[in-house]
Each structure stands twice: as C-alpha cells, then as structure tokens.
Ligand binder design. Structure first.
Ligand SMILES: NC(=O)c1ccc[n+]([C@@H]2O[C@H](COP(=O)([O-])OP(=O)(O)OC[C@H]3O[C@@H](n4cnc5c(N)ncnc54)[C@H](O)[C@@H]3O)[C@@H](O)[C@H]2O)c1
Length: 261
C-alpha cells in the first residue's frame, strides 16, 4: 500500500536518497529543506518550524504515515544546536498529530556514530531540559573547540541528545501509546557533501577510519544504505521495533564497544 511521508534534509545526501528510495517504492513524499524541494522551511527558526507544519498539513491533507527527520549540520556553530536537536525534535513533535491519522504511523530521526564519543555535559543538560536559548549560548562558548577525537563537541552532543530523546520518549503516550514507532539511525561515514571535503584528503580519510573503523565495505557507504534502513524503519512492516538506535557504520560501533550486548 502506498504511504505519505515527510522527509527533512531532502535537498542533499541521506535525505535526498531517502526521498528517492521512497518515491521509487511508489510512496508520496514531501521533502523539506532550505532549498530545492517541496517544502522550503528553515528548521533553525520558530517561523521555519511553524511553516513546516502549515505546509505539511496543507499538502498532505492533515495525515501522514511517516516522518523522517534527516536535516543536520556539522559546523561547530550555535546553528547546529538549533537544527540538529531543536529542529529535529520540532519536526517529530509538531508532525505527530498528523501521524495519529495513519493506520501504521512511524517516525525516525538521523543521529550519528558521533553520539558515542565524549559529550559536553553542560550542553547536554540544556538540550535535555529543552532550553534552546541556553543551549545556543553554551554552543557559543564552546565555539571551535574539539574533543580528543577531533570532533566538535557541539555536533557530538546534539547527536547524543537526539538519540537520548528517542530512548527516553519512544515509550510515551505520544509515541508508543499512539501506535507510532520512533527510532533513530546512527550512521558512520556516509559519502555525502557533509563529509566530501574530509574524504577528499588522505589525512581526512585516515582520521575518519580511526574514529569510525568500517571493516564491512568501508571506509564509507553511499547514502542509499541509510536511506533503505530509514525506509524500512518507517514502513508498515516495522510493527515492533521502537526506541532503538540502529548503527549503520560498517561495524564501527561493535569495534568501539564490543562489551555492549
Ligand atoms: N554524512 C555522514 O557521514 C553522516 C554521518 C552521521 C550522521 N549524519 C547525519 O545525517 C544527516 C544528513 O546529513 P548528510 O550527510 O546527508 O548531509 P548533507 O549536507 O548532504 O545534507 C543535509 C541537508 O540538511 C539541510 N539543512 C541544513 N540546515 C537546515 C535547516 N536550517 N533547515 C532545513 N534543512 C536544513 C541541508 O540544506 C542539506 O540538504 C545529518 O543529520 C547528519 O548529521 C551524516
């Protein structure tokens, strides 16, 4: 049966591949991005988030079967807090009422393997307390500092927080109680414009291979791989997987924390 989806980050990389995958299966998909797609909305602002809801309601007739929050940034800047955590959370929560009209509603968000690295505890607490102005200030203070892994603490912490959001809230009345599966995927290195510059140099490839070792078909996967996983997690077939962070990383997570079962 064909379904109706909203996918953010639809203009590039994983989001674009997800839109293409779902459309190839015959589904109706409304892409969301700041450019080049069906719904133009800036998820870093309240106005953009409100515009997303208004446009999604109008285009879908008020009913969605799947919501997939992919849009994200890696820049060590406060806007990364706004898009990666608050924009993703707003996408999920503000479109949840449209999902309740579906017989098989599903939602998914893209976290990152970066969620496994060290986080900034102050920023994490502000994100989980839903304090956007406070989190933006904390990100301003962190600026371009890096973690031991070389990753921005802003990126790592926003991805850790959105993964925690899924773990904490999937069981809630709003999600499981309404029959809505809510999951995250945590990609390793995926060949998209986000990492193209890093993958283009030998030094960059070596750093990525160290942070995200991918013995299965590494060092990086095409965006079609996470797209297919997102499509399954938000399909009618997925009637019992929820609250999970699914690593799609060529084996990196199993290498970095083999004790976890
Ligand atoms: N590429 C990787 O290796 C990798 C690894 C782990 C996680 N991720 C995550 O996957 C997601 C997609 O990344 P990608 O690699 O496809 O990157 P990408 O840069 O190709 O795509 C990101 C998309 O998000 C959109 N976007 C950015 N700011 C926005 C805003 N304010 N409002 C609306 N849309 C906005 C961009 O315009 C772009 O189209 C991100 O959340 C990223 O953190 C990527």
């Amino acid at each position: 049966m064909t379904r109706t989806y909203v996918v953010t980050g639809a203009a590039s990389g994983i989001g674009k591949a997800t839109v293409e995958h779902l459309r190839a299966q015959g589904h109706t998909v409304f892409g969301v991005d700041i450019r080049d797609t069906d719904i133009i909305a800036d998820l870093s602002t309240d106005d953009g988030r409100a515009s997303l809801v208004e446009q999604a309601n109008r285009l879908s007739g008020g009913r969605l079967d799947g919501v997939i929050a992919v849009a994200g940034l890696v820049a060590p800047k406060p806007i990364t807090v706004r898009v990666n955590y608050f924009g993703a959370k707003a996408t999920l929560e503000s479109l949840q009422p449209l999902l309740t009209k579906s017989d098989a509603p599903r939602a998914a968000v893209v976290a990152s393997m970066g969620a496994l690295t060290e986080v900034d505890d102050d920023l994490l607490a502000l994100l989980l307390a839903d304090d956007e102005p406070g989190a933006v200030e904390a990100a301003e203070r962190l600026g371009t500092t890096t973690l031991a892994t070389g990753m921005s603490p802003i990126y790592a912490t926003t991805k850790n927080a959105i993964a925690r959001y899924v773990r904490i809230h999937a069981k809630d009345d709003q999600w499981s109680g309404a029959g809505i599966a809510l999951n995250a995927i945590a990609p390793g290195v995926i060949e998209t414009p986000m990492v193209a510059a890093t993958l283009a140099t030998e030094e960059g490839r070596a750093a990525m291979a160290e942070g995200a070792p991918a013995p299965l078909n590494g060092p990086a996967a095409p965006p079609t791989a996470p797209a297919a996983l997102l499509a399954w997690l938000t399909s009618e077939e997925n009637s019992f997987v929820t609250g999970q962070i699914i690593f799609i990383d060529g084996g990196a997570e199993s290498i970095l924390r083999p004790e976890l079962v």
